[in-house]
Design a protein. Structure first.
Length: 202
């Protein structure tokens, strides 16, 4: 193990680099050392620092917490011609994630979607397996989704690229893709990439 750095030591070092407020550059060798000595740091203080907070958020993605873009998943059936949102799709995704070891699963869905579901009979089962909620009426679920991800450091299941929001919010533009996980639902099968590549356990 190399030299152990305290928060004060690290902050003093950052000041000597005279890094502009707008840059995202961080000294890679020092970060590597710090990432292997997390126990000597006040990580809450680190994650609030504008220079390197996002680095530590990404290093500590919660391995058991995940949020699902309910509306996006509900409409995602391959070959579905009627394009009606399906509760079954969300249910399939939740069950798949549970098999992958996720125990804290939230689902945010646009309020308007609840009047369009073609299989409302599955809703009671879904609500037993996850924390399901509709976002406030006339409010886009997207904003609640990326805010939840930013606050909790968890993965996001969605095929939405959030392009409109990337133009409005710099955090979304620069960081959301790191947490975003795309998928395919084909009949009763969920296909997800290996999420372990994104998960960095504490």
């Amino acid at each position: 193990m190399g030299t152990e750095y305290t928060v004060d030591t690290f902050l003093d070092y950052m000041k000597t680099l005279k890094i502009p407020k707008t840059t995202q550059f961080i000294h890679s060798d020092l970060l590597e050392n710090i990432s292997t000595n997390m126990e000597v740091l006040d990580t809450d203080e680190l994650t609030e620092n504008k220079y390197f907070g996002e680095y530590f958020r990404k290093k500590s993605i919660k391995s058991q917490m995940i949020v699902i873009d309910g509306s996006n998943v509900a409409y995602a059936s391959v070959g579905e011609t009627k394009k009606r949102p399906l509760v079954k799709n969300i249910l399939l995704m939740v069950k798949h994630l549970q098999k992958e070891g996720f125990t804290d699963i939230s689902v945010f869905t646009d309020a308007a979607t609840q009047h369009r579901f073609g299989d409302e009979e599955h809703m009671s089962e879904l609500k037993k397996l996850c924390k399901f909620q509709y976002t406030p009426g006339k409010e886009a679920a997207d904003k609640f989704l990326y805010t939840y991800v930013r606050q909790n450091g968890c993965l996001l299941i969605t095929n939405d690229q959030f392009n409109d929001w990337k133009l409005k919010d710099s955090w979304v533009a620069h960081h959301l893709n790191h947490y975003r996980c795309t998928f395919i639902i084909n009949e009763d099968t969920v296909v997800l990439p290996d999420l372990s590549e994104k998960i960095k356990s504490k």
